[in-house]
Design a protein around this ligand. Structure first.
Ligand SMILES: Nc1ncnc2c1ncn2[C@@H]1O[C@H](COP(=O)(O)OP(=O)(O)OP(=O)(O)O)[C@@H](O)[C@H]1O
Ligand SMILES: [Mg+2]
Length: 386
């Protein structure tokens, strides 16, 4: 029986734990707060900051896991290289976790080493460098801290008058001690997708049907699978995904983000773990959902094929303010055919915190994407978080 340690215990980790336990694993769930979703379904748990190298070392020493599964970006990832050297399996690899924690490493790998098409970009550590970078890239542009997620510290600059504000917001939104930002040319995409990619040491690299999504304030609001797209562009996205995952190495699922335009596709970023937009697979859109795929791949259990079954949509339920959650409207939400709701079980709320999702699917393949999206949003709106 394998012992697995989850670093991060949110809603995505919770589903990974369920999948791992169904494959006979013992799981320790770790996060910085008590009663996190994945802790509720794991065998044991630890509470500490995963950016604290000593605390991480102590937890690993105490539990002696065979496998470590990062669920979030903010981890002292240099420690993961040490654990990997000691023979602990890191999912998918210490390199993948380390490179994707910092936008610079992954962007330079993708654009410079692998030659993937990305938005034009530059880095800056002070206002002077920032202004030069913007001059080169042109407006509009997107400004982001090198280390951040969920759109934190990110803004779009359309006019030079907004430069100072964008600079300070990106500097303040930086996670950890790294005060550096990236400036990207704004890509006027018509669609953005996540291509879930599975790498396995016991089989070939597999791709899920592309997932389309809509983002607001840096977080996804709805995701749908399959996302209609040009077959040549899909092939290109698969090739880019194959390249970048093999450069980073290891077995597991990867959420690879692309922007689609009529002139071509752009690699945007990647997470070496289940992706939030991939929660749509909980609607039964595939033979294995993204969490089951991750669990199988990291345990070295072969996934012979990924079978797409029918279209699905997920829509988020957000909290409005700080507090302890109470839910209402479940009866109304439950009344819709071909749909489902998943409450994550987070112990507290804060403005815009994602607390649950609704799922809508179409087994008979007779509904339009528009209808399916409307149903998912309608169900999500029935659920109120107080
Ligand atoms: N160069 C760009 N051009 C146009 N839109 C962009 C660009 N970069 C980012 N965006 C928009 O901002 C969103 C968030 O950007 P990105 O994925 O880089 O940030 P993030 O903080 O890592 O988000 P997350 O961790 O939630 O995926 C993208 O999904 C896209 O909608
Ligand atoms: Mg993203």
């Amino acid at each position: 029986m394998k012992k697995v340690m989850m670093l991060g215990s949110g809603e995505l980790g919770k589903e990974v734990v369920i999948a791992l336990k169904r494959l006979g694993c013992t799981v320790v769930a770790c996060d910085s707060y008590e009663r996190a979703p994945a802790m509720q379904v794991a065998d044991s748990y630890e509470v500490f900051s995963m950016l604290d190298g000593e605390a991480l070392q102590e937890a690993v020493g105490k539990h002696n896991p065979d496998i470590i599964v990062p669920e979030v970006e903010s981890i002292r990832t240099d420690k993961l290289y040490e654990f990997e050297q000691l023979g602990i399996q890191i999912t998918p690899s210490a390199k993948a976790a380390n490179y994707t924690m910092n936008r610079k490493l992954i962007r330079d790998l993708a654009a410079k080493e692998l030659g993937l098409r990305t938005a034009p970009y530059a880095y800056a550590t002070n206002l002077n460098e920032f202004e030069k970078a913007v001059e080169n890239i042109g407006l509009p542009c997107v400004v982001k801290p090198l280390m951040s997620s969920s759109g934190k510290g990110q803004s779009i600059v359309k006019d030079v008058s907004e430069l100072n504000a964008a600079f300070s917001s990106a500097m303040q939104g930086s996670r950890g001690d790294l005060k550096e930002i990236i400036i990207e040319g704004f890509i006027d995409f018509h669609t953005e997708i996540t291509l879930l990619t599975v790498t396995q040491d016991v089989g070939e690299t597999l791709f899920c049907a592309p997932i389309g999504h809509r983002q607001e304030r840096g977080d996804y609001q709805e995701s749908w699978q399959p996302c209609p797209m040009n077959p040549d562009q899909l092939k290109e996205a698969q090739e880019m995904s194959r390249k970048v995952t093999s450069a980073l190495g290891g077995s597991g699922i990867w959420g690879i983000e692309f922007f689609l335009t009529s002139e071509g596709i752009y690699f945007s970023e990647l997470s070496p773990r289940p992706h939030d937009t991939g929660m749509v697979t909980l609607a039964g859109t595939q033979n294995f959902n993204e969490f089951e795929l991750h669990a199988r791949a990291l345990l070295g259990l072969k996934i012979p094929e990924i079978e797409f079954r029918y279209p699905g949509v997920s829509a988020v339920v957000l909290a409005e303010k700080d507090g302890i959650p109470k839910y209402s409207g479940l009866k109304e939400a439950a009344g819709f055919p071909q749909s489902d709701i998943k409450i994550f079980g987070k112990p507290t709320t804060r403005p815009y915190r994602r607390m649950a999702i609704s799922l809508a699917y179409d087994r008979t393949k007779t509904e339009s994407l528009k209808e399916l999206r409307a149903r998912a949003v309608k169900i999500a709106n029935k659920i109120k978080v107080h």
